[in-house]
Design a binder for this molecule. Structure first.
Ligand SMILES: Nc1ncnc2c1ncn2[C@@H]1O[C@H](COP(=O)(O)OP(=O)(O)OP(=O)(O)O)[C@@H](O)[C@H]1O
Ligand SMILES: [Mg+2]
Length: 483
């Protein structure tokens, strides 16, 4: 034994206590003895966790079975060996059912005690190994559901692993749908608080007063309609993590209150006098440009600096294109399982088109797209949808993004982008239909004549004569890179 194992002996008979203490201390155990179930419960209730408890069945006041029942309620993983008399077989069965590991019948030999201890230790070891295995499996599943296949995301995963165990606030930024919540959950799961609650609050979903009562809770009668007291999210997250999503949407009044709470580590329920101590790790997220919001006075700088002890900036999907085919398959598997469908493997054309599309709604948009793909099981239809999305976007982009100063430049830019989108859509359709123009025209929803005209316009001909970005090699390359 490297560190002495601790044993708590519970017996009302002093001679038995002394006997067990001597035998066990000779074997190197650290032994503590008490004479009643009540004392044993006090010790365990106060947080003491002996490696083994040897518990007598027949005791005045609280007997061994009652004591065992209560001990198990405090901590079901306690290793208890019962001490019984030979005429108590029924009681022994009850004890084992209640969670005792083994029993010894009085009077017992030293060898019997050793055997019971050994059996108990093996069970404990097995339990610990099981626990470790379970944790490992949980982590593996969690790792598998957090895909990080681009250099940026690999770096973010490393950041998460580094900062998760440090109990300080983290500020997570990124466009809508990039995976901020996934990052927050991963931080919680990798922190020491992982076995406690993870409570999410969407600060944009509720107006000011409601958000305040949601966060801090209220006492009965605190305001009209408060018929009974309700704990707030901070209370529910006690000892765990709170994730304040869309924090920049919080009213400035509530921002001020939050700042105080974070400084004092204390708050009160609305309408309450009692001050509650707060032991919660705060993670906050926003898809807004916080610096702009601070400049405009919509977000308090002091709150930002308190929350932004560490920060993670999750990049948009268009900056980690190499992940798209993998994410596609990841979501495909997820929804095929969820809907109990055997989803077909997406065609290379679809994966390529998906890898090229800029996904303004990021992973959430891609996820919904794949969900539709799984439900409809129509590769061609999905490809068409993507082409339409690209075209629609190409049309709207020049207005959204910084326009060039002169009108002539703008017009040329729009025309160029439109042509590019059209050319790409046509090329994809031709590839998909193995250059059958009739089928391609049908797929694109245009007439055969219009297709021929466009093909001439873009100089799209047989595969050998195709030009620029539509050649097989260059069209394939982006999707296949690093995958
Ligand atoms: N790294 C990742 N690996 C696998 N799936 C991911 C990853 N990141 C995000 N997702 C999935 O993408 C979807 C969007 O992620 P999430 O809800 O975390 O985004 P968000 O940034 O919080 O979005 P919003 O700003 O809209 O609240 C979720 O279904 C999530 O499971
Ligand atoms: Mg979110």
């Amino acid at each position: 034994m490297s560190v002495a194992e601790r044993i708590l002996v519970v017996d009302d008979e002093p001679s038995i206590r002394k006997y067990l203490q001597t035998l066990l201390e000779v074997d190197g155990f650290q032994v503590e003895t008490v004479s009643s179930g009540k004392e044993a419960l006090e010790k365990v209730g106060a947080g003491e966790r002996p490696d083994f408890v040897i518990l007598d069945v027949l005791m005045p006041e609280m007997n061994g079975i009652e004591t065992l029942k209560e001990l198990m309620q405090v901590d079901h993983s306690l290793n208890v060996i019962m001490l019984s008399c030979s005429n108590e077989v029924g009681t022994v069965v009850d004890a084992i059912r209640l969670g005792a590991h083994d029993y010894l019948t009085k009077p017992f030999e030293k060898g019997e005690l050793d055997a019971a201890m050994l059996k108990c230790r093996k069970k404990k070891q097995l339990h610990e190994e099981n626990q470790a295995l379970r944790e490992y499996c949980e982590q593996l599943t969690e790792d598998l559901s957090f895909l990080a296949a681009s250099p940026q995301m690999v770096r973010i995963r490393q950041q998460i692993l580094q900062i998760a165990p440090v109990d300080v606030p983290v500020f997570i930024c990124g466009e809508s749908g990039v995976g901020k919540e996934v990052v927050a959950r991963m931080i919680h799961l990798r922190s020491k608080r992982r076995n406690q609650a993870f409570v999410k609050v969407n600060c944009a979903a509720l107006p000011g007063e409601l958000l305040e009562s949601e966060l801090y809770g209220y006492e009965q009668g605190a305001f009209t309609g408060a018929v009974r007291a309700k704990p707030g999210k901070f209370e529910l997250a006690n000892k765990g993590t709170i994730f304040l999503d869309e924090i920049a949407e919080m009213s400035t009044h509530l921002q001020a209150k939050l700042l105080h709470v974070l400084q004092d580590h204390q708050y009160s329920r609305l309408g309450g006098r009692q001050v509650v101590d707060m032991d919660v790790r705060v993670l906050a997220a926003t898809n807004m440009d916080v610096h702009e919001a601070m400049k405009d006075g919509r977000f308090r700088e002091d709150l930002y600096y308190r929350l932004n002890v560490l920060s993670i900036n999750v990049p948009p999907l268009r900056e980690r294109q190499t992940e798209i085919p993998l994410l596609f398959r990841h979501f495909l598997q997820k929804y095929a399982e969820k809907f109990g469908k055997t989803a077909s493997e997406p065609s290379p054309y679809l994966l390529e088109a998906a890898a090229r599309y800029p996904w303004p709604g990021n992973l959430r948009e891609l996820e919904n797209f794949v969900k539709r793909y799984v439900i409809l099981d129509d590769d061609e239809g999905s490809l068409r949808e993507l082409v339409e999305m690209s075209t629609a976007r190409q049309r709207s982009v020049p207005r959204e993004e910084a326009p060039p100063p002169r009108e002539q430049g703008l017009k040329a830019l729009v025309r160029g982008l439109k042509d590019e989108a059209e050319m790409e859509a046509i090329a994809v359709a031709l590839e998909k239909t193995r250059w059958c123009r009739k089928d391609a025209a049908k797929m694109l929803g245009i007439s055969y004549k219009a297709l021929l005209y466009k093909m001439r316009q873009f100089n799209l001909d047989t595969p050998r004569n195709r030009r620029g970005s539509t050649t097989e090699e260059t069209r394939r390359e982006p999707a296949m890179r690093n995958v």
